[in-house]
Design a protein around this ligand. Structure first.
Ligand SMILES: Cc1cc2nc3c(=O)[nH]c(=O)nc-3n(C[C@H](O)[C@H](O)[C@H](O)COP(=O)(O)O)c2cc1C
Ligand code: SF4
Length: 618
């Protein structure tokens, strides 16, 4: 594709999609077919880029409707938004789910990650391959369409493995869970629309965050209100912004997105800025392999997230919020869009919320298949229409965030916790759990357990008990991946760990985003660690050398370690030393958390002897 403006024109269908989203262009400079009055009077050079943040939604719209982004579509978007084609091309090619080369309208992404591989995923891939040929092969289907398939990193359905995500141009995308080759073939050939059943989380006494999921109709605002919805927002308005933040402080709530940062500190910092605009971002990217808790909330109780964001916006003085949701969550996306619309119609979003004189609205942005966009500064770049590359910190988002303005970024689960905090008071909330880990916590149980799913339990539950709760057999556990691919393996000797931030930290671990992936005695941990190494190699944004090169070298060294056998000719020791050094360099010198954690799980597996024993390097 030529990266300067070319004469390529969009097709009529592409033009309709783009103009439908961005509005009809007002002059030939911005892509109108006919000269307008404006063209005759004004030479439009040096157009401002104030609409650049519409770039990703425009790509999303074309990709969803047409199935790929042609040169003509790209040029039309660039003219409309005043973005140079080279930059727009750089953005489009950053994302896995966007294609700037022609591809079939039906694309099946078959999960090939740790949560699915050992649990039917490998067989599913073999079945799809047998039917359609190798990954990427284009097949013509009997209804006159074409289709293809790819292996995919985790798609957030580990409780219902094996799973696929189907991009279906011109119609709703689909998710297939606990699926088999027949269903995958039916979706690709157009004889089934696909679709996943609603989630009913395992019922655990004392559930607060999940109490409405599977019980209250997630599409009905009145049902939400009848079940206690919007009581927390009314309480927030009674208290006023400062006292809401005080309640959050009293609650001891820490972030559930991975870093466990106290929520009130961010909120106070943003509220303290004298001038707006300030922004609130809900991080719903949830791309950490093994994680699916936020999806459960968004699909099952979307109004709760909308209400919680409204409270957060009110407290910090933000009038605009964003939900950045991963692209592979079509059901959650549709539910949230429906909930936002219903809330707007009922005066719960928009200008003068509840008639109380404050404004707050939410814009939803779909990620396009880049794990790194869950990192908060990469996420902001992505919303702004740039490549999803992390920014150096400081400055922190609370000072210089989205569009350079003070911004709170919180995870879905963090935000939803604000509802019980306001309903019962911060102090009462703080009495649940431990002093440093207050409240309940959502854990994503998957792997070798009878009843995988999202478990809401009091912080401090013992890992062994949680595994038993999910129908796992602690005596049969060979390893647990705690915290996701960015977390660490623990062995059978670690099952008495209390699941709190402080206990995990003193054991040199992290709870991350609540992943508890259980491996049984026959699990192939060499395969699991190899997949994790490949994940980080693929997902590194490539911006800084330690991570870009380090993730590749770790994968290679691990391959040699596993191939040689740890004791063969000392090769095991050599490779292990190399992995340790690479991990150290990535931790020390990378820009963001991806590089800091890319070697952690593999090192932990080596340290525990899960991949075979080798001498510990001197
Ligand atoms: C590579 C990477 C991916 C991340 N992905 C997510 C994610 O999907 N969801 C999330 O809430 N936080 C994610 N985070 C953490 C965010 O940067 C940020 O800390 C979090 O959204 C803050 O919210 P919290 O304070 O409520 O936890 C990720 C961090 C890194 C380094
Ligand atoms: S650490 Fe990796 S993902 Fe993060 S900025 Fe550097 S290259 Fe990108």
């Amino acid at each position: 594709m030529d990266l300067t403006f070319s004469d390529a024109e969009p097709t009529a269908a592409e033009r309709a999609v783009i103009d439908g989203l961005l509005g009809a262009p007002d002059s030939v400079w911005t892509g109108a077919e006919q000269r307008s009055e404006q063209d005759l009077r004004v030479a439009r050079t040096g157009r401002s880029r104030e609409r650049r943040d519409e770039l990703l939604p425009a790509f999303d719209a074309v990709q969803s409707a047409i199935g790929w982004i042609s040169e003509g579509a790209l040029m039309h978007i660039c003219r409309q938004l005043g973005v140079p084609p080279a930059e727009a091309y750089g953005v489009a090619t950053f994302y896995e789910l966007l294609s700037v080369t022609e591809q079939p309208p039906r694309v099946l992404h078959v999960c090939d990650d740790v949560g699915c591989r050992g649990f039917g995923g490998t067989e599913l891939i073999a079945g799809v391959e047998e039917h359609f040929g190798p990954e990427g092969a284009v097949v013509q289907t009997s209804d006159g369409e074409s289709a293809t398939w790819h292996r995919s990193p985790c798609i957030g359905q580990c409780d219902r493995a094996p799973a696929c995500y189907a991009q279906l141009a011109g119609t709703d995308d689909a998710v297939l869970v606990e699926t088999g080759t027949d269903e995958a073939v039916a979706v690709l050939t157009g004889s089934s629309p696909g679709g996943a059943p609603d989630v009913l989380p395992p019922q655990v006494e004392g559930m607060r965050l999940l109490r409405r999921v599977g019980v209250v109709d997630p599409t009905d605002l009145d049902a939400y209100r009848d079940a206690g919805g919007y009581a927390a927002l009314r309480r927030a308005v009674e208290l006023g912004p400062d006292r809401v933040i005080e309640e959050v402080k009293a609650s001891g709530l820490r972030g559930r997105g991975g870093a466990a940062f106290p929520a009130h500190v961010k909120w106070s910092a943003v509220a303290a800025h004298a001038e707006g605009p300030r922004y609130l971002i809900c991080n719903a990217d949830e791309s950490e392999p093994g994680t699916f808790k936020d999806r459960t909330i968004m699909e099952g109780d979307p109004f709760a997230l909308i209400e919680a964001m409204t409270i957060a916006g009110f407290a910090v003085g933000a009038e605009q919020g964003y939900i950045y949701i991963r692209g592979e969550y079509p059901i959650a996306t549709a539910r949230l869009r429906g909930a936002m619309q219903a809330a707007r119609t009922a005066g719960m979003l928009g200008e003068d919320v509840l008639g109380e004189g404050f404004s707050f609205d939410i814009d939803l942005r779909r990620g396009q298949g880049a794990y790194i966009c869950g990192e908060e500064t990469a996420l902001m770049n992505s919303i702004e229409g740039y490549r999803g590359e992390p920014r150096s910190k400081p400055p922190f988002p609370t000072d210089v965030g989205l569009f350079g303005r003070p911004t709170v970024v919180n995870n879905v689960e963090t935000l939803v916790n604000v509802l019980p905090i306001l309903e019962e008071g911060g102090a009462a909330f703080a009495r649940i759990g431990t002093d440093d880990s207050t409240g309940t916590r959502l854990f994503c149980l998957s792997g070798a357990v009878d009843t995988p799913g999202v478990y809401e339990v009091e912080s401090g539950m013992i890992l062994r008990d949680l595994i038993s709760l999910a129908g796992g057999e602690p005596a049969q556990v060979s390893a647990v991946l705690l915290g996701g691919a960015a977390g660490a393996f623990v062995g059978p000797g670690d099952l008495d760990l209390p699941l709190t931030f402080e206990d995990a930290r003193s054991a040199g671990l992290g709870l991350g985003s609540g992943v508890v992936m259980v491996f049984g005695p026959s699990a192939d941990l060499g395969d699991a660690t190899t997949r994790i190494a490949r994940f980080f190699r693929d997902e590194s944004c490539g911006q800084c050398v330690p991570c870009r090169v380090g993730t590749v070298r770790v994968e290679e060294a691990l391959g040699r370690f596993l191939a040689a056998g740890p004791r063969a000719n000392g090769a095991g020791t050599r490779e292990r030393r190399l992995i340790e050094e690479l991990d150290l360099v990535m931790k020390d010198a990378s820009i963001c958390g991806l590089g800091h954690t890319a070697g952690t799980a593999i090192r932990s597996a080596l340290d525990l002897g899960l991949l075979g024993k080798s001498e510990v390097p001197a």
